[in-house]
Design a protein around this ligand. Structure first.
Ligand code: FAD
Length: 303
């Protein structure tokens, strides 16, 4: 057994009731399967535990990081000092509110949420089926696919400030834009989202989700760890097409590679490190800029 750090001892004393793990591998919690140990990882069961973690962590002198399903982050090889708060499967639960609204807790995956909506005969979340992140991460990022995005359906988000205070923001106050919300600036945390959908036939909704899933499987390298699209869509053209035109399909830095199947994806071929992925993204952005004059920006959040 390795000895606990001061921070780990303090955290254990501060939060005796909350589920904590010391030195938990971030690679286990990220879809890239990359990342060293988190000094402390916390798994709050509900908003009260999250509030307690946020409140008291001000006394611990280190700002915690928030992890959903880890499907859009690149975690550092050396791991993270301090506290990582994992919300996937912790803030769990969904309910139908009325004819056209459902409320979904932040830790529910978008696929589960889309399946719940289909069962309830509600249309509008078909695009989200197959996006592997949580509703919390989806609201934070304004996740989207196949012409749909969270901003279209999320009419209100229940949030918590970094000091543990709950409040709500309407869709307009969330300032959604392409793969962005105001949470990137405020640092507030999503507890739940109120989604407005339209009544539809469950079978047709399921059929549409099946079609989109088939499109994903046909075009995306789902057999390799990745974080989805490596770059945001630039205002001129598509990142994947620009990368392809620059001759970078299959380009490698160690075990980090541009997918042969979909040039918009950076994949981990086995033992890629965060440093290799960062170099890969930097090389690709530089070469695409030289060849096309267009600057690519990473979509994946590099921690
Ligand atoms: C195979 C594959 C396919 C993908 N396809 C798509 C796609 O079609 N469209 C798309 O948009 N994305 C796609 N993604 C990327 C990813 O699934 C989405 O960006 C998703 O929204 C991230 O959610 P997450 O829970 O995994 O967030 P994480 O990766 O855990 O976190 C991402 C960011 O959100 C923040 N965050 C997470 N939860 C919360 C919360 N509750 N409150 C506040 N901040 C929070 C984190 O701090 C971090 O900064 C894909 C990824 C993969 C691996």
């Amino acid at each position: 057994m390795t000895e606990l750090t001061d921070f780990q001892r303090k955290t254990a004393a501060f939060f005796p009731e909350i589920s904590l793990s010391f030195g938990e591998s971030l690679a286990k919690h990220t879809s890239f399967r990359i990342g060293g140990p988190a000094e402390v990882m916390a798994f709050p069961k509900n908003g009260e535990e999250l509030s307690e973690l946020l409140n008291k962590s001000a006394l611990l002198d280190r700002k915690p990081v928030i992890l959903g399903a880890g499907t859009n982050v690149l975690a550092p090889d050396e791991g993270l000092p301090g506290l990582a708060i994992c919300l996937k499967d912790c803030l769990d639960g969904m309910e139908r509110v009325d004819e056209t609204h459902i409320r979904v807790m932040a830790g529910v995956t978008m696929t589960r949420c889309a399946m719940f909506a289909a069962k309830e005969g509600l249309s509008g979340l078909e695009f989200a089926h197959g996006i592997p992140g949580t509703i919390g991460g989806g609201v934070y990022m304004n996740a989207g696919a196949y012409g749909g995005e969270i901003a279209r359906v999320c009419v209100e988000a229940e949030l918590m400030t970094s000091t543990g205070v709950r409040y709500t923001r309407t869709r307009e106050e969330m300032a959604f834009s392409y793969r962005h919300s105001c949470l990137e600036e405020t640092g507030d945390i999503v507890l739940s989202a109120l989604l407005e959908l339209t009544p539809g036939d469950p079978e047709q909704i399921r059929q549409r989700m099946k079609e989109l899933q088939a499109k994903r499987s046909a075009s995306q390298p789902l057999n390799y760890p990745s974080a989805g699209s490596a770059f945001k869509r630039p205002s001129q053209g598509y990142a994947a097409a620009l990368i392809d035109e620059a001759g970078l399909r299959g380009y490698r830095v160690g075990d980090a590679a541009i997918s042969e199947k979909h040039a918009g994806f950076a994949v981990n071929l086995g033992n890629a490190t965060a440093e290799q992925v960062k170099r890969l993204l930097a090389d690709v952005a530089r070469i695409v800029k030289e060849k096309s004059g267009i600057q690519l920006e990473p979509e994946v959040r590099v921690w």
